[in-house]
Write a protein that binds this ligand. Structure first.
Ligand code: GMT
Length: 381
């Protein structure tokens, strides 16, 4: 198939999923065309079957807000027509699903029906999409997509609750590439971060409010009182400064390292004993899955789709959102019991295997085929 992919090219989960999906499909022989405003972070090297089309955004003194949506729609029209795409897959509803609808309408005037699949990733529904500023457009463009997928059952249910959706939503989970995410020997890193054999705990996110990053620090403070440990904070974002301030207040600066954005996250996960994800809401929790693939158990909240990924008492523990005491207690129990920790490590890997990219890619291929078959001879919908 010739597949167009529209996504955010940044470090965020939706961009990572979109890029890894494109790379995986290209390895299976599909021709993939990425259409984004910047080269996606994980699209670092030349790959056969991968094409990249940058959206040119024209600046003009009249534009207080450069009309990216218009530029993206024009680029989609151009790529679809001249590369003869079979289907367009847009990741994150805002603005991509609405832009895809516009492109589709333009293409119809040229006698071309473009089947569009929209994947809902989480905050495009639960936070931003649900906001009155965007909600009518989000609802409309989901209903106008030829196919809609959500990354967890929980996100599907939330979408159906929040909007009047007339389309079936197919759940296709986030996935993991085990060629990259697996436990490797990085003892030299461990010696630098935990020179006295302390436990290593980690957190990865974009440090937005929804991630409750300060909870990570507060949980760590409690753990540290019982188990000698170090915390590594991976990623960056608006809440980082508050977190650093909290570390200073709690006198924890020597035991917490802020590493900023990192590319080789798997090399850091390889030395971790526990991963913390206390999010307010998390449609799936790709960062938790990456940890589990590297045999790191997860202490998380039970927000959104996290219970579909992290199994309470098996791969880690779940607590109510904001229940720092319970999360810390679970972490301490696990870190103090070597046998239990080893068992949870094994279980985490086993659970992660359910989401192996090799199992999930065929779900997307089948879905594209279904959507294309439904769209044949279609003129308007
Ligand atoms: O976690 C974020 O804030 C980034 C966000 C994104 O859209 O880039 O991640 C969302 O999509 C990921 C991939 O599908 C999911 O694994 C994350 O759980 C989801 N984040 C939230 O729901 C907060």
């Amino acid at each position: 198939m010739k597949i167009g992919i529209v996504c955010y090219p940044t470090y965020g989960g939706s961009g990572v999923v979109a890029t890894e999906l494109g790379l995986g499909l290209a390895r299976k022989g599909h021709e993939i065309h990425f259409i984004t405003y910047r080269r996606p972070v994980r699209l670092a090297h030349f790959e056969a079957n991968i094409f990249y089309h940058e959206v040119d955004s024209e600046d003009y003194p009249l534009f207080e807000y450069p009309p990216y949506d218009t530029a993206l729609a024009s680029k989609i029209v151009d790529v679809v027509r001249y590369q003869n795409l079979d289907i367009l897959h847009v990741h994150y509803a805002i603005p991509h699903a609405a832009v895809a609808y516009m492109a589709k309408k333009i293409l119809l005037t040229k006698g071309y029906y473009l089947p569009v699949v929209t994947t809902l990733h989480g905050t495009d529904i639960t936070l931003v999409g649900n906001n009155g500023a965007f909600a009518p457009v989000v609802e409309f463009s989901i209903n106008k997509s030829d196919g809609v997928t959500a990354v967890s059952q929980s996100l599907k249910e939330e979408t159906l609750e929040l909007f009047d959706i007339q389309r079936n939503i197919r759940v296709i989970y986030n996935f993991i590439n085990f060629e990259r995410f697996r436990k490797t020997n990085k003892e030299h890193f461990k010696k630098i971060i935990a020179p006295n054999g302390e436990r290593i705990i980690s957190h990865t996110s974009n440090f937005r409010k929804v991630k409750r990053v300060e909870d990570v620090i507060r949980i760590f403070e409690k753990i540290q009182k019982k188990v000698p440990s170090k915390l590594i904070m991976i990623g960056d974002g608006p809440e980082r400064q508050n977190c650093e301030r909290l570390c200073r207040e709690l006198n924890l600066c020597d035991d917490i390292r802020f590493l900023g954005k990192q590319d080789a996250i798997e090399e850091l996960l390889a030395i971790c004993d526990l991963f913390i994800m206390p999010s307010e809401n998390e449609s799936f929790g790709l960062a938790a899955l990456e940890a589990m693939a590297c045999e790191v158990p997860v202490i998380s909240s039970n927000g959104g789709g996290l219970p579909e990924v992290n199994i309470h008492g098996v791969t880690g523990y779940l607590s109510d959102v904001g229940d720092v005491a319970s999360m810390a207690q679970h972490a301490i129990e696990l870190l103090q019991n070597e046998d239990k920790l080893a068992e949870f490590r094994k279980n985490a890997l086993e659970q992660a295997r359910r989401f192996d990219i090799e199992n999930i890619l065929p779900d997307y291929e089948r879905y594209y085929e279904e959507v294309i078959a439904r769209s044949v001879h279609k003129v308007e919908s």
